[in-house]
Design a protein around this ligand. Sequence first.
Ligand SMILES: [Cu+2]
Length: 531
Amino acid sequence: MADRRRRVNAPLSAIGTVDGIRPQCNVAQITMLKSPEMNRRAFLHAGAMAGGGLLLAPRHGLSRAVPASSPASEVPAGAPKYTVRIGTGLVELAPDHIISTTTYNGQFPGPLLRFKEGQQAVVDIYNDTDTPEQLHWHGQFLPVDVDGAAEEGTPYIPAHGMRRIALTPRPAGFRFYHTHLMARDNLNAGQYSGQVGPVYIAPEQEPGAYDQEVFLVLKEFQPSFSRGGDMAMDFLAPAGRVKTLEDAGESATKASLARGTPHGYEVGYSLFSINGRMLGHGEPIRVKRGQRVLMHVLNGSATEIRSLALPGHRFKVVALDGNAVPKPAEVPVLWIGTGERVSAIVEMDRPGVWVLGDLDDDDRKAGMGIIVEYAGRNGEPQWVKAAPFHWDYTRFAAPGATAHAPDEVIEMTFAKRNGAEHGFNAWTINDIPFSMEKMEPMFQLRQGKRYRWRMRNASDDIHPMHMHRHSFELTRIAGKPTAGLIKDVVMLGGYQEVEVDFTADSPGLTLFHCHMQLHMDFGFMGLFNCA
Ligand SMILES: [Cu+2]
C-alpha cells in the first residue's frame, strides 16, 4: 500500500567509535536562537562572542559527568530492585534462526522492569562486555548522571564493571530502556544489538479498564548494508510539504548526484520479531471473546518505522509514548516510529486465529507478527490485507484546544548531505553535524522557561525526533495546530515542519536527536544546556 523507496547500499569496513573516555567539554559554541530576546540573553549568559556564534571559555580537565547544577543522586546500599547484566546472549527467533547478540540478562527483549511512580529504586547494571556501555532510560525525567547518554555526561558502565544507580521513576506510563552508544558502521553495536527492554511505571492510581495487559516489543535482527531495502513514506497525515524545504533538499541531492556521489548507505534486515520471536514461533496472545486487551507496543528498532494491524479488530489508542491521550480514538492500523510507543485497547469480538502483524508483506512473512488466538479456536492464522490508513497524531488530541504561547521559539532545520561521510549520509542541524569530539551544546536554555521547538525537515526521510529527560507537547504537525498530546518522540515527515513545546525544567545537558541509529550516528544530534 505504501509508496516504497529503493535504497542503495554497499559493504563497509569497521570503525571503532567507543574509547571509554568520559567526554570533555572543551569549547562550547552556542548557536544563536531565532528570537532576538533569546540571542541577547544567550550572549549575556555566555559572556563572549566570536563570529556568528558564542564561545565559552575552555573547560579543560573539567568532567561534565556531574554538572554542579545537577548533583549526583545518592545511591543507597542494600539489595537493588533490579539487576541488569549486559552481555552476549542467544536469541531463538525461530528454531532455525538462533542469533548471538548483546542482550540484557541473556534474553530478548530485556526483562520488563516495573516501577512505581516517584518511588526511588536502585538498579545495578553490570557490563560483561569488552566495551563501555550506556543504558538509557527513555522517556523518564532523570538527572544527567543517570539518564544514560555520554553526550550529556552520564558516566559509562565500564567494560567488565558495573554501576549502581538510584532513580526516581517518572512520569508514569510505558517507557523503555536501551543502549545509547554510537554504532556507526558496526552493525553489532548500539541498538542494532538486542539491548532493548520495556519499562512500566505504575501511576499512583491505575485506571484498570482492561482484562489483560500485553507488552509487545517490535525488533529486527541480522542487519546489513544492502543495495536493496524500502521504507514506507506516505502514511503520515497531514501530507503537505513545505516548498522551500523541498526545493532545498532536492537541489542539494541533485547536485550531489551530479558530482557523482551515489546515494548514501541504508540498513536493511533479514529477520523480524515481536518479543524476540518470529511470527508463528512464539506463544500466541491467548484471548477470550469479550475481553479488552491492553497492548503496550514498543518500536525497539534501530532504524525502522513499523505498522501493525489485527484483521477484523480495531485499536483504541489510549496513550502515546506512555502518556494518556486527551481523546482516545479507534484506528484500524498503528504506525509507530523508531522509539515510539503506542498503548491501545483491543476489544476481542471476532473469534478466530489471527495474525497481528506489520502491513509490509515481506517483513511480516520474515517474522514481524504474532498470533492472536481465541479460546477454543484453532487452524491457520488469518491475515487480511489492511486498507491504506493515514496516521494523524492530532486524531488523539483534544479538539479545538490550543497550546499556550511559549516564552521563546527555537528553530532548527535538518538537512542531509548525501553520501558525504565515507558513503554514509551526513546529517546537519542548522548546518552543523554533531561532533562527538567537541560535544558542544547548541542551545542555551533558561530553567523554567517554556520553549517552542520548531523542527524543519529539509530531507525526504521521516525522522522520529526524540528529546531526553523531558516530554514535549505537540503543538503543530505539518501546518495543523494541535494541543494536549504529550510525547517524547515525534515523527517528522519528509519536507515537513513539526512544532513541540516543552518546559526546560531539568538542569544540565539534554540530548535531542533523530532516533534512527543510522542518522544520529552521522551527525543528527544536538545538546540543549539548561542553566
Ligand atoms: Cu532521522
